[in-house]
Design a protein around this ligand. Structure first.
Ligand SMILES: Cc1ncc(COP(=O)(O)O)c(C=O)c1O
Length: 435
């Protein structure tokens, strides 16, 4: 395979090259994964609780592996020889921990969302979704029986949500008659903005208008599981809404430092997805080693370490936010600014997001500057986000030091000052050439 794609003269290669060229033309980065992420301060991954390099968690994990009779894969899907007692015991643990009647384990959050959304909504059902829900949910919805009945509401707007629910019910009277289901799809914390779904308002609106038997709210806790709630049960628990939300997705790739995901839901949904959810059925089950890791991660975070990390994370997020607010004041908002961080109605003030978008019209220049200093942050340009919303995304971790966060703030202000100096030099040159 020594040919580069560009040198292969086939219709397929030329179609693919053309597509990549279109990306370049729209200034969407064309990625190649040629180099590993450089070692440097990690202010960009979703390792919110600083677990990925934790020596104590590593010991706990290795200890579990040593004691486990089996560690490799199960060489089959759950439905074809792969249903080990380790998988079942872990699901029982998850159901108990998240205070839910049932839990179903998936190889990834992507698989879980596609499995749920492609299989669970039935003919005549509708889905009301935040316009920014993750691609995995959208992919599942696109091939679901409700794919033609999607109602997108403006991101995090309770007013728009209420309008959508009322419109969906008007256009689908069978929901009000209790013959069909209105699903709601939201994320507790959104990846790009780090902002929070207005969960109390969403629950209130659904309970006000939708008959109890016809409502199904699903909250994706990919960015909030482990980080919020007692023992890290997530934002739904933090807000005390666990008895009023029907299904919650917890993924293990971010705050739990592994991979995989679990839906906590009703026994009938669990059984239905086992039989109809294609990404559940047609894939090899997670290896036992991963279940050992997940058990280690949950053991670790259920104890005092979890409470300490969560409170440190909160403290450092406040610290970083305050430092940024002060340091970015002198800069025009299109160069460097923060987003408003008002919490949705009904949220306690101790909820603070570990994700901070730093808004700039020059995201690629800023990320290049930070990359040259060893920070592997990525610029998020238009059209990945709408024009005027370009940014870089920083995530604070529980074991960052204040000095590390201070150093990043200094780098940001250095870049801002440099950009301003360059802009005024260009202006001076233009003025001179006109004289
Ligand atoms: C909101 C949300 N849901 C689901 C997923 C998919 O989870 P996983 O990475 O476990 O496939 C992601 C991953 O980025 C996500 O951000």
């Amino acid at each position: 395979m020594s040919h580069s794609l560009a040198s292969i003269n086939t219709p397929l290669a030329s179609a693919m090259n053309q597509a990549l060229e279109t990306r370049r033309k729209h200034q969407i980065p064309v990625l190649d994964l040629a180099k590993p992420v450089p070692a440097g301060p990690d202010v960009y991954t979703n390792d919110f609780l600083s677990l990925t390099n934790d020596p104590d968690l590593r010991r706990l994990f290795l200890d579990k592996l040593n004691k486990s009779p089996r560690v490799f894969g199960v060489a089959g899907s759950r439905l074809l020889g792969g249903n080990s007692s380790d998988h079942l015991d872990f699901e029982t643990r998850m159901a108990r921990f998240f205070e839910s009647p049932a839990a179903l384990l998936f190889n990834s959050g992507y698989d879980a969302n596609v499995a749920f959304w492609h299989s669970v909504p039935q003919q005549g059902d509708v889905i009301v979704l935040d316009e920014l829900v993750h691609a995995s949910s959208r992919d599942g919805m696109a091939i679901s029986r409700a794919s033609k009945s999607l109602y997108l509401f403006t991101h995090n707007s309770p007013t728009s949500f209420e309008e959508c629910v009322l419109r969906a019910m008007k256009e689908h009277p069978s929901i009000g008659q209790g013959k069909n289901t209105l699903f709601v799809a939201v994320e507790a914390t959104y990846s790009m903005d780090g902002d929070f779904a207005p969960l109390p308002d969403i629950v209130r609106v659904v309970e006000k208008y939708v008959p109890k038997q016809s409502a199904h709210i699903l909250v994706d806790e990919a960015h909030s599981t482990g980080v919020f709630g007692p023992q890290g049960r997530g934002l739904v628990h933090h807000l005390g809404l666990q008895d009023r939300i029907h299904t919650v997705l917890h993924t293990f790739g971010k705050g739990r430092a592994l991979t995989g995901a679990v839906f906590v839901t009703s026994p009938i949904i669990r059984q239905y997805v086992i039989n109809y959810g294609r990404p559940f059925i047609y894939t090899t089950a997670l290896p036992i080693s991963l279940i050992c890791g997940l058990n280690a991660s949950f053991d670790y975070l259920e104890g005092p370490v979890g409470d300490y990390r969560r409170s440190e994370l909160r403290r450092l997020c406040e610290y970083f936010r305050a430092a940024l607010e002060e340091a970015l004041k002198p800069f025009p908002s299109n160069l460097l600014s923060l987003r408003d961080r008002a919490l949705p109605a009904g949220y306690p003030s101790d909820v603070i997001s570990p994700i901070t978008p730093i808004m700039t019209s020059y995201p690629m220049q800023l990320s290049d500057f930070l990359n040259s200093l060893g920070y592997a942050v990525q610029g998020i340009p238009y059209p990945v986000v709408p024009r005027g919303e370009e940014r870089i995304r920083i995530s604070v971790h529980a074991l960052h030091t204040e000095a590390e966060l201070d150093a990043l703030v200094v780098r940001l202000t250095q870049w801002g000052t440099m950009m301003q100096t360059m802009a005024s030099q260009v202006q001076a040159r233009q003025l001179q050439s006109r004289l």
